[in-house]
Ligand binder design. Structure first.
Ligand SMILES: [Cu+2]
Length: 331
């Protein structure tokens, strides 16, 4: 394994050594040329400096060999870089036919990943080691760009069309992916964890819907709170964010809404707030909660509510309790 250098991070994909080799070819060629050109310049400046006020330099005559070599050598260098780079470029653009496909959606300011069996997760890309993986990517708002430095792959993610990126991981471990297209206020926070598993562990992970198939609702709700990105806007410790905190939320009577009326925060209110965030707006907040959570499964919504309930010391006598233990399909 290559631990990385001051210029490049460690290599964790089959493409990485090739990309790095080209980078270092350009890098060392540049150093040699820089030292040669600047060295010659300094030497000549010294050697041919004016020795006395009346000195007139002799006229410079052409030198065929010198002139041909400064045309031919750079041309060869440029052609090497072009051919080499073009080969890698074509390779990066052509996923092997046996690739495992994962659907990626970029959205201000989260990445979500969906697997062939419906397992989906936010801000965590889980992949198998030693198997080509192809990402089928699109954006639900502006242009984003998916970049995994240790894999040396980067591709723009556009609204209204699919773009693709593939890699084959060579190392298990946890790495980082970034958004590399400025996409708004929280662009710099739009990153994701890339977890490379052994093949068997990966199969198991996907089969259990990301390791959550048998989790009790409140525990699964906690996982969803992070995976679905609720934590970007809702705190658990009472601090204010883009959205209201969940601390002590469940069971609140006379919870104020933006129109001046109030509600009792029971499971049905929470459910509606998740599935149709625009229906009732909490007083003091904007209508900015994403509306795409209406695609959450029944089990996911129930689990989120169970988790919110756990974050509160209040209870409701009737009608409000989420259905405990209603573990539905694995998702
Ligand atoms: Cu972005």
């Amino acid at each position: 394994m290559n631990d990385g250098t001051i210029w490049l991070p460690e290599q964790a994909s089959t493409l990485a050594p090739e990309i790095d080799a080209l980078f270092y070819f350009v890098y060392w060629t540049s150093i040699v040329l820089f030292v040669g050109v600047v060295g010659a310049m300094l030497y000549f400046a010294y050697k041919y400096r004016r020795q006395h006020p009346g000195e007139r330099p002799a006229p410079v005559k052409e030198n065929k060999l010198l002139e041909i070599s400064w045309i031919v050598i750079p041309t060869i260098l440029v052609l090497i870089v072009f051919t080499w780079g073009f080969q890698s470029f074509v390779k990066m653009g052509t996923a092997p036919p046996n690739s495992y496909e994962i659907t990626v959606t970029g959205e201000q300011w989260n990445w979500s990943f969906t697997y062939p069996n419906g397992t989906s997760i936010t801000n965590e890309l889980h992949v198998p080691v030693g198997r080509p993986v192809r990402l089928k990517m699109s954006s639900s708002d502006v242009i984003h760009s998916f970049f995994v430095p240790v894999f040396r792959t980067k591709q723009d993610v556009l609204p209204d069309r699919y773009t693709y990126l593939w890699f084959e991981a060579t190392e298990t471990g946890t790495f980082k992916a970034f958004c590399t297209e400025y996409c708004g206020t929280q662009h710099s926070a739009m990153d994701a964890k890339v977890v490379v598993h052994e093949q068997g562990d990966f199969q198991q992970w996907v089969k259990t819907g990301g390791g959550v198939a048998d989790m009790p609702p409140a525990e699964y709700g906690k996982v969803l709170y992070e995976r679905q990105g609720c934590n970007a806007c809702h705190s658990l410790d009472g601090s204010d964010g883009t959205g209201p905190t969940w601390q002590g939320l469940y069971g609140t009577k006379n919870h104020p809404l933006s129109g001046g009326e109030t509600v009792t925060v029971d499971a049905n209110y929470l459910r509606e707030s998740i599935l149709q965030p625009g229906a009732k707006i909490a007083a003091g907040y904007g209508n900015v909660m994403p509306s795409n959570y209406n695609s959450l499964s029944e089990r996911q919504v129930t689990s989120l509510i169970a988790f919110m309930k756990q974050q509160s010391d209040k209870t409701l006598d009737s009608g409000g309790a989420p259905l405990e233990g209603s573990a539905g399909a694995a998702q």
